[in-house]
Design a protein around this ligand. Structure first.
Ligand code: TYM
Length: 331
């Protein structure tokens, strides 16, 4: 809580082209909070460098992610949109919370285990302490609600534990946050391997639909999506590919599972995949168009970043001064 107002915080890494998993699982849900909460949406570039980035690409994607936030419906006047590395309190509180996070807790994080396996040449300390920095992001703004996909649940629970631990030792300092996970779209799966999460770092471009893909790309990727041999559009255990396509179709059309099953009763997968592709391409068209308009105006994006960072820093300073006092740092 900030004063009387409840707070929402979330972040997206500018570490690759954003996917419909990022869109449906997270960003699309962000705007529902804009009118009633104080909302902070951050481009988390400090998190992105836990794996090696090409600097020029990181910079470009930072602009792009900010533009995508707005293209997905986040009004910069109603939401604080900013870049993490431009508010130095994130790194500062991150260090402090490192000292309140246990080695054993970090060792249990599944994302750390996955990423260390994937980047075996670069298992750096930042990759390991990533969740304390994420806790800092959230706790800096006295956040009540964190909208994320299910893959972030474990990190979020750790952020809660860190907040509780700190509060217990030093008295009430941080709001203890809750997650907001949209159960319909919390885990969009890869089109090529529907038992795995759709991920922006997937090297197989056919596995992933990017928010900014052209309609032709989208249609082609859905056409190739892995399904099963049953040729029946219904939601069922073991039908991972079809379940995922139904989820995506529902998210773009607002239809229920029953409506989708009825609509495609007696029709083949070819028809269904085409309909999913159409719905997805059509749903993303306004985002794509708005993105093209916004990303042409770099000066505007820079002014949004600057205002967002100033606003975020103002609130972050309040929390930091409380934290410094509690820790015994001399002012
Ligand atoms: P990141 O950048 O990997 O993903 C951004 C958001 O997209 C969600 N997401 C998905 N949801 C459904 N299906 C998928 N296939 C899918 N892939 C990604 C993620 O759950 C996330 O909500 N650690 C975070 C970034 C972060 C953060 C924070 C989030 C840093 N600090 C503070 C919230 C609060 C991450 O790596 O997200």
């Amino acid at each position: 809580m900030l004063g009387e107002q409840k707070v929402v915080f979330s972040g997206v890494q500018p570490s690759g082209n954003l996917t419909i998993g990022n869109y449906l699982g997270a960003i699309k849900n962000f705007s529902r909070f804009s009118d009633t909460y104080k909302t902070f949406y951050c481009v988390v570039d400090l998190h992105a460098i836990t794996v090696r980035q090409v600097p020029a690409e990181l910079r470009r994607r930072t602009y792009e992610t900010l533009a995508l936030y707005m293209a997905c419906g986040l009004d910069e006047k109603k939401n604080t949109l900013f870049v993490q590395s431009q508010v130095s309190a994130h790194a500062e509180l991150g260090w402090i919370l490192d000292c309140y996070t246990m080695f054993g807790e970090l060792s249990r994080m599944t994302q750390f285990k996955d990423k260390s396996a994937k980047h075996a040449q670069n298992i750096n300390a930042g990759l390991f302490t990533y969740p304390s920095l994420m806790a800092a992001d959230i706790l800096l703004y006295q956040t009540d609600v964190v909208p994320v996909g299910i893959d972030q649940k474990q990190h979020l629970e750790l952020a809660r534990d860190i907040a509780l631990r700190f509060n217990q030792l030093h008295g009430d300092t941080f709001t203890v946050p809750d997650g907001y996970i949209n159960t319909d779209t919390m885990k969009i799966m890869s089109l090529a391997e529907p038992t795995a999460k759709m991920s922006k770092s997937d090297p197989n471009p056919n596995a992933v639909v990017y928010i900014l893909d052209t309609k032709d790309d989208i249609m082609r990727k859905f056409k190739r999506a892995v399904t099963d041999s049953e040729a029946c559009v219904r939601m069922a255990e073991g039908k991972d590919g079809i379940n995922n396509l139904i989820t995506i179709y529902r998210a773009f059309t607002g239809k229920t599972v029953e409506e989708v099953e009825r609509e495609f009763d007696g029709r083949g997968y070819g028809d269904f995949k085409e309909a999913v592709g159409e719905a997805c391409a059509e749903g993303l068209r306004p985002v794509r168009e708005e993105f093209a308009r916004l990303s042409a105006d770099k000066a505007f994006l820079e002014s949004v970043m600057k205002n967002g960072a100033d606003e975020a820093a103002y609130y972050a300073r309040k929390t930091m001064s409380k934290v410094r006092r509690k820790l015994g740092f001399v002012n």
